[in-house]
Ligand binder design. Structure first.
Ligand SMILES: CC(C)(COP(=O)(O)OP(=O)(O)OC[C@H]1O[C@@H](n2cnc3c(N)ncnc32)[C@H](O)[C@@H]1OP(=O)(O)O)[C@@H](O)C(=O)NCCC(=O)NCCS
Length: 199
C-alpha cells in the first residue's frame, strides 16, 4: 500500500496570535523544549545533528540561545543557538561568536521573528566582547542570506560542497570592531565542522 502523502505545511499566519514571548534558554527548560528545538531545526536544515550537538551548544552557551514562544500555548515558534569562544588563528586572538542554528516555524515566518532572534544573539555576544560573529548558510537559502545581509553580515568565503548533501555554502561575518582591517575577509576554521565532528 502506498504511503500516505505528507501533510502540507501549515498556512502562513497573516497575523501573529499576539506579542510573542522571547526568552533565554535555561537548563531547567530542557525537558520542556529540547524535543521541540530539535524538531524545528531538523525539519528545514539539511544537516542531521545528533542530540550531542544540541547539548554541546546548550550546556555551554545556553545563555546565547533564545526562543520565541507563542503567547497562547507557549509552544516554540523560533530558536537561535550560538556559541562564543576565543579564536586563536588570529593574532592577537579574537573572541568569535558563532550562530550555529536558526529556525522559525513555517507558519510564523515573515513577521520579523528571526530578525529579532538574531538581534538578541548579536547583542548578547557583543555584550560579552565578541570581536566578530560568523556563520555558514547554504548558498541557495535566499531567505537566510537576505536576513543576515540585511543585518550587516558580509560574505567572506564560498565553501564548495560544504554540506553532507553536496550543496555549497557561504561563510558570513559580522565584524563588531570598527577598525578591523580583516572584516569581511577569509576565515579558515569551520565551527560547523568542529561541532558536527563531535557527534
Ligand atoms: C530563514 C528564516 C529563519 C527566516 O525567518 P523569519 O522569521 O521568516 O525571518 P524574518 O521575518 O525576520 O525576515 C523574513 C522577511 O520578513 C520581513 N519582515 C520582517 N519583519 C516583518 C514584519 N513585522 N511583518 C512583515 N514582514 C516582516 C523581513 O523584512 C524579511 O523580508 P526579506 O525577504 O526582505 O528578507 C526561516 O525562513 C527559516 O526558519 N528557514 C529554515 C531554516 C533556515 O534556513 N535557517 C537559517 C539557516 S542559517
Amino acid at each position: 500500500m502506498a504511503a500516505p502523502a505528507p501533510a502540507p505545511p501549515p498556512a502562513r499566519l497573516a497575523e501573529l496570535p499576539g506579542e510573542l514571548n522571547y526568552i533565554q534558554y535555561e537548563h531547567s527548560l530542557e525537558a520542556q523544549y529540547l524535543p521541540a528545538i530539535r524538531a524545528l531545526i531538523s525539519k528545514d536544515l539539511s544537516e542531521p545533528y545528533s542530540i550531542y550537538v544540541y547539548r554541546y551548544f546548550l550546556y555551554q552557551w545556553g545563555h546565547l540561545c533564545y526562543m520565541a514562544l507563542d503567547p497562547v500555548d507557549s509552544s516554540l515558534v523560533g530558536v537561535i543557538i550560538c556559541k562564543l569562544e576565543p579564536h586563536a588563528s588570529h593574532s592577537p586572538s579574537t573572541i568569535r561568536g558563532y550562530i550555529a542554528m536558526l529556525a522559525v516555524s513555517s507558519a510564523y515566518r515573515g513577521h520579523g521573528i528571526a530578525t529579532a532572534l538574531v538581534r538578541m544573539a548579536i547583542d548578547a555576544m557583543a555584550g560579552r566582547h565578541a570581536d566578530e560573529i560568523v556563520l555558514e548558510t547554504e548558498e541557495s537559502n535566499t531567505p537566510a542570506m537576505r536576513l543576515y545581509e540585511r543585518l550587516g553580515f558580509l560574505r567572506s568565503k564560498k565553501l564548495h560542497r560544504y554540506y553532507l548533501n553536496g550543496s555549497s555554502a557561504y561563510r558570513l561575518v559580522l565584524s563588531l570592531k570598527a577598525d578591523d582591517p580583516d572584516a569581511g575577509l577569509d576565515y579558515s576554521l569551520s565551527d560547523h565542522e568542529e561541532a558536527v565532528g563531535i557527534s
